[in-house]
Design a protein around this ligand. Structure first.
Ligand code: AMP
Ligand code: ZN
Ligand code: FE
Ligand code: FE
Length: 285
């Protein structure tokens, strides 16, 4: 069993990078990619823990990017040089923007009379790259909502009163940034962008022209028909196929490491070998 899409508390997951790799070892996973939102802060610890426990840890990231001014696309990067200085500089900027946005969300929510403060948010997020799930947890703790899901539905999702847009990189810049740091770039969870098959195919073709190399075919929320059609698209365009659960610990209940949801299509182990092969072709060893 492998899992190439996971989040730790370096971003909006609830499990530390050490504990995440330990959980992978307990569950018998042979490999795990840490793909936190806009940060590689958890990667060094995850790599060390992987060496200690005999789990292959793939350094990764999930970058939030802006497409066409109004759409958000998540781009996964694998095998990146996580200490790349240019990458680090841009990620520091993104982290600051995330913090700024979280502050604005809290201000909105206070205007609505909900008792959440930025201090509470800081306690929950620590030094993590702040995201809406942290705000959602603050709302649950304040007793304003029952669950994280309620928090999104009532306040935090696009179009809800607590939604605030965030400054981020464009998709083109994001792909270039990751590639410059040696990453293989992959479009995450194509099933979430609300596109018809033909629109998605056109989008992926455009992304490929920008240097995209893979498509996340296996993902917790993709059904059998989606896995089949995204797999066919990847094959037609010569893109590498990846897959992962999008595990977030308790921030996304119902998603199990390595497995996804109870009805998710299992991620074949062969996916990692293909990804590794793609990487060795690039680096020449
Ligand atoms: P942000 O990066 O701050 O825009 O927050 C996006 C994160 O919120 C992603 O990890 C999503 O998976 C997560 N998210 C979106 N909707 C929900 C939900 N209903 N329940 C839990 N997490 C969610
Ligand atoms: Zn997340
Ligand atoms: Fe995502
Ligand atoms: Fe994710």
């Amino acid at each position: 069993m492998i899992d190439l899409h996971t989040h730790s508390n370096a971003s909006d997951g609830t499990v530390s990078p050490e504990a995440l790799v330990a959980l992978a070892a307990r569950k018998g996973l042979s490999a795990l990619a840490l793909t936190d939102h806009d940060t590689v802060a958890g990667v060094p610890v995850a790599l060390a823990q992987g060496r200690a426990l005999g789990v292959e840890v793939v350094p990764g990231i999930e970058l939030t990017t802006e497409w066409d001014g109004s759409h958000v696309l998540h781009i996964l990067g694998y095998f990146l040089r996580h200490e790349d200085p240019a990458l680090g500089e841009r990620l520091a900027w993104l982290k600051a923007k995330r913090r700024e946005r979280a502050g604005k969300i809290v201000a909105r929510l206070s205007e609505l009379g909900l008792g959440v403060t930025f201090e509470q948010l800081e306690t929950i997020a620590g030094d993590a790259a702040m995201g809406r799930p942290h705000v959602a947890r603050a709302l649950v703790e304040a007793g304003a909502v029952r669950t994280i899901d309620d928090a999104f539905r009532r306040y935090l999702s696009h179009g809800r009163p607590g939604f605030v847009k965030r400054e981020t990189v464009t998709t083109e810049e994001g792909i270039a940034l990751l590639k410059a740091a040696g990453a293989i770039t992959v479009l995450a969870h194509p099933g979430t962008y609300r596109l018809k098959a033909r629109q998605l195919a056109r989008l992926v073709e455009q992304l490929k022209a920008m240097g995209l190399e893979g498509l996340e075919v296996y993902w917790s929320g993709h059904g059998a028909a989606q896995v089949e059609s995204y797999g066919a698209l990847a094959q037609r365009l010569g893109l590498v196929v990846t897959g992962g659960s999008d595990f977030h610990g308790d921030a996304k209940p119902g998603i199990e490491l390595g497995r996804g949801r109870a009805d998710s299509i299992p991620i074949p182990d062969s996916v990692l070998a293909a990804l590794r092969e793609r990487q060795s072709v690039k680096t020449g060893h």
